[in-house]
Each structure stands twice: as C-alpha cells, then as structure tokens.
Design a protein around this ligand. Structure first.
Ligand code: SF4
Length: 437
C-alpha cells in the first residue's frame, strides 16, 4: 500500500475528497488482480494453525504443560467476504484473531495472506503487511488513547505509514471520518467526549485510515447497546461494500453473526467443531455443539416453538481438556469412540465441514470394535493405576528417598564416630527409614 502511494505521487495533486476513493479503488483492483494472478482466490488462508501457552515449567525453564488455546484451526476467506468465528467465552476466538495478526507467534500451521506465506515472518518483514491487516477491538473505551484528539488518533498511522503526502493528511482524515459517520467538528475533540457507539466509529476509522484489505473485528459490538450495535454493524457492511474489505468477525452473538457473515467457524476449547456457509449452518447445523448453540438464538415468530437444547455441565478447563472429542463430556450423543479418539473434520455436505464421529461412516459402521478397544484401554489404564498405587512412588520420589538415605548415612557415620551412645541414634534412624519404605 505504502509503495503504491509512494510510486504514484501524482495522486497528491488530486482533491483529498476523491483521494481515498481513488486509492482504495486502485488498491482493490490491484489486490484482486494479485490474488487471481497468483492462482489464489483467497485473501486469507489458515491451515492447521496452533497457538499454545506454557502454563508450567521445570527447574530449567523448559515448558512441561501447555494450554492449547488454538489447536489445528483451518479456514479460507475470499476477498470482500466475512467469516464469523463463534463459540463460548474462552474457546480461543480472540487468540485466533491475534495469531492471524501475528501479535502472537504461532506454534504450528500456516497463515497465507493474499497469496504470501506470512507465518514465519519476523517483525521487520511484517511491516509491509501491517497496514493490510487491521484490528478493531472489543472495548471502545480502553482502546483509544485518552490524551489524543480524534484527528491525531486517526492520522497517527497515516503519517507513520505515509499513506498520503503530509499536506493532505488533514483532508484525508476528514474524509475517513465522514465515511464512518463522524462529524468534522469531532476532529479536535477527545475520546471521553463521545458515547460508546461514536468511540467504536473512531476505532473503525482508525483501522480503515491505512486502507487495509483485511479487518479482524474482535467482538466490535458486544460492549454496545442494541440500537448502537445495529448502527455499527450496518456501518461495517456499508464500508465493506464501498471499500471491498474482508472481515474476520469474532463474536458470541449469533444473531449479529447471522446478519453480517458469509461463512461461520464454530470453535470449542481451541478446536474447530464446524465450518461452512452461514445460511447452510443456520438452516441445518450438524455438530451437536452447534445445534445446542444455535438453539439459543431467539426466533422472531410467536407461532414457532423453539426447541432449546440445554448443555449439561460446565465447559472443561482448557488447561486440562478431556481426551478424545473435547465436547464429549457435554454431548448427549456421546459414544465410546468419542471418549478416546479425537474426530477429524469431515466434509459432511458440500463445503460444510464438521468434526464429529457421527458423520464418519467408517467409525459409525465399526462402533462395536471401537467400544471394545475403549474397554481394553480402560482395563490397561486401571492396571497401570493399580501398579503405581502398589509401587507407591514415581521415579522422582524414589530418587529423592535414595538421596535422603545417602545423606542420612553420612550423618549417621559421623554421629557413630563422635558420640558415645551413637548406637541408639543409629537404631532410631533405621526405624524411620523402615517406616518410609
Ligand atoms: S464426536 Fe461424539 S462426543 Fe463429539 S460431538 Fe460428535 S457425537 Fe458428540
């Protein structure tokens, strides 16, 4: 983007009101051409993306336990389209967005942006993509610097990335503000002078000021009341149509997601449960978790009786997720196979993927075999548990006892040499040792 503007200095003579339109139109065309020329029709491709956080370390600082916040997530996003990422709180939606933005380094998988693999790019190399991928935060109150005016907030990145020549920055920012429904007199005001909806508009204007191709919207309306939510959603849609943007829309509000998205990705404990076309998933959700989630969406028809599916139990700890299908502890259709084999995503309908054994023909036709395998596994585990119980200690405890004995042996030797009644102490030590054994 910066290169484009730098190479086309003649744009600086153009009236600033038309400037943004021109830049955006040209960039849009360039982006589309690039994608098509590269043989790719996607603005973003995510393949088996992983992000793990170390939650415990050994004495040498080596991680021993991980929280798998994002575990093997894949999806593709076409230019000018929106994908919704949905799921309960703590399922890894925000971590996914931040990993795509490379605010977190990924621990596996691939991120391809506009045909370029950006997975392993260093901070310096990422600079040229920074303006192309932008983020709109959830909380419009804390995401704006309180000591900067609206004009400065929006123009900061424009100046840093030299989006337009210096003398045009003011007019350019005014134009962006107009597009985002902000009055010109707001330019010199401070964030505390605005309502939540207006602040979110400022956040959107700041993100769009650098002409991004992809915007990651992390719950952009969840902190706003319903009427303001509608305004912001409509604004995002309008800007998408005008500027040819692509969105990754993270939300737990399914009504909003249904309205704004083209595709949906359902997440649970860091894993992908279901993904596909929004209408197809709303019409016929396949995964038991998606069914339960979508059954909570209010139906605007008093005649229609909604069948609410209530999930039993709490969401398990992401630090210690269940074995097999992560949803099996709450699934009403859970089978033995679900308790020890993690389902892989299967294309159950055209372009509609679901990670559930119910849609795997091989598994469903061999349920008895898997049940038998599961029983054998339980027997083995029980034997192992008993063995450990009988033997009492693990190898570290045993090593610790040996060290203690050796130290005691040295102390005992010293005592028996020094003291006259050392035999009594030695006897006492022996008894303690026997007790420990
Ligand atoms: S794999 Fe089994 S436990 Fe998981 S959602 Fe499907 S039926 Fe339920």
């Amino acid at each position: 983007m910066t290169n484009y503007v730098e190479e086309n200095k003649e744009l600086s003579t153009v009236n600033s009101g038309e400037n943004l339109e021109e830049v955006v139109d040209t960039v849009e065309t360039t982006a589309t051409t690039e994608a098509v020329n590269g043989g790719e029709n996607y603005i973003l491709e995510v393949e088996g993306l992983k992000k793990y956080f170390a939650i415990s370390k050994n004495l040498l600082g080596k991680p021993t336990k991980f929280l798998r916040a994002v575990d093997d997530i894949s999806f593709k996003l076409k230019p000018n389209k929106t994908i919704g990422v949905v799921g309960e709180s703590g399922c890894g939606k925000t971590t996914l967005g931040r990993t795509i933005l490379k605010l977190y380094e990924s621990d596996g998988g691939k991120i391809v942006f506009n045909g370029d693999d950006i997975t392993n790019l260093k901070k310096e190399q990422m600079k040229k993509y920074r303006t192309d991928i932008q983020l709109v935060f959830q909380d419009p109150y804390s995401s704006l610097p309180p000591r900067m005016t609206v004009g400065n907030i929006i123009s900061e990145a424009v100046r840093v990335h030299k989006i337009v020549p210096k003398e045009q920055v003011h007019d350019y920012v005014m134009d962006i503000m107009k597009k985002c429904g902000l009055q010109p007199q707001y330019y010199d005001r401070y964030p505390h002078e605005f309502s939540g909806g207006q602040r979110q508009r400022i956040c959107i204007a700041r993100a769009l000021a650098v002409n991004p191709k992809l915007v990651i919207c992390d719950e952009p309306v969840s902190a706003l009341d319903v009427s303001i939510q509608a305004q912001i959603i409509n604004l995002l849609k309008e800007l998408q149509n005008k500027l040819g943007l692509s969105y990754v829309f993270i939300s737990h509000d399914l009504s909003v997601v249904k309205y704004i998205t083209d595709d949906i990705l359902v997440m649970y404990l860091g894993n992908m449960m279901e993904t596909g076309d929004t209408d197809a998933i709303f019409d016929e959700p396949l995964h038991p978790y998606t069914k339960a989630l979508f059954s909570a969406v209010p139906v605007p028809n008093p005649e229609e009786k909604a069948q609410r599916i209530i999930l039993s139990g709490d969401i398990p700890s992401p630090a210690n997720p269940p074995r097999g299908c992560k949803f099996h502890t709450r699934c009403s259709q859970c089978m033995d196979v679900c308790k020890y084999i993690q389902p892989s995503p299967i294309e159950a309908r055209p372009n509609h993927f679901v990670a559930c054994h119910l849609y795997n023909e091989e598994v469903m036709s061999n349920l008895e075999k898997y049940s038998e395998e599961y029983k054998q596994l339980l027997i083995k585990e029980e034997e192992q548990r008993k063995y450990e119980e009988e033997n009492g200690r693990n190898k570290f405890e045993k090593a610790w006892i040996i060290v203690k004995r050796k130290v005691k042996g040295i102390v005992r030797k010293d005592k028996s040499t020094d003291a006259t009644d050392g035999s009594e102490q030695v006897e006492e030590d022996k008894q303690t040792e026997e007790k420990e054994d």
